[in-house]
Ligand binder design. Structure first.
Ligand code: 1MF
Length: 179
């Protein structure tokens, strides 16, 4: 994944748990560079290792780390140069969710190594959407829950998120999102 993702993990940990925790995590995964380069593509394993090490150092389940990360990603990208892109992706939660593939296409145009997940939406009612998430990557479903929570906050909505289909059963994750 692009370095931007690993940088966001670093930022989340340092801000909320302190620099010493981050250094312990970095040491555990054996990452020896001084920093991540946002626009450089790193092996996915590094990101998974960071989540695993964070889970041990912070004594939190990997799912909790992923969820916190997803929520943080919305704030982080808004502050790291993608605020306008997020703003243009929708002025309501439903609209934003419907534009997720378009948003990723725009980034893929400049960063061809992006491997974006696929989302599709079905409007159930004015305040309820069914969201399908499919990815080449495994194990990141909790991150999507966090992303949805972060988006809910962004739009000032208290979201209820229920997963109704699971990748292990049907090959895709489906969420019912209401607010
Ligand atoms: O393949 C990738 O490197 C990659 C990186 C980030 C793929 C997707 C994403 C974003 N995505 C993370 C979860 C991925 C889970 C999966 O692969 O199954 C979050 C998608 C998302 C969902 C809901 C709401 C908002 C979302 O993201 C908005 C977004 C997406 C991508 C970026 C920013 C905001 C982004 C921006 C710059 C990047 C990489 C990603 O890299 C650059 C590009 C140019 C210059 C510097 C860095």
């Amino acid at each position: 994944m692009y370095g931007m993702v690993n940088k966001a993990i670093q930022d989340l940990v340092s801000t909320n748990f302190g620099e010493d925790k981050w250094l312990a995590i970095k040491e555990k995964v054996g990452f020896e560079d001084d920093f991540f380069i946002s626009m450089q593509s790193y092996p996915d394993e590094l990101t998974y290792d960071l989540v695993g090490a964070a889970s041990e150092v912070l004594e939190l389940e990997p799912a909790a780390i992923l969820e916190a990360f997803g929520e943080y990603w919305i704030l982080y990208t808004a502050e790291e140069g993608y605020g306008e892109m997020l703003a243009l992706s929708g002025s309501t939660l439903a609209e934003f969710l419907g534009n997720l593939n378009l948003l990723h296409e725009r980034i893929t145009n400049i960063m061809p190594q992006l491997k974006p997940p696929k989302f599709s939406t079905k409007e159930i009612s004015e305040n309820q959407v069914e969201l399908t998430y499919e990815s080449d990557r495994d194990g990141l479903t909790s991150m999507v829950v966090g992303l949805l929570r972060g988006l809910g906050k962004r739009f000032g909505k208290n979201c209820e998120i229920n997963q109704t289909e699971f990748r292990a059963d049907s090959g895709k994750d489906v969420f019912n999102v209401s607010w």
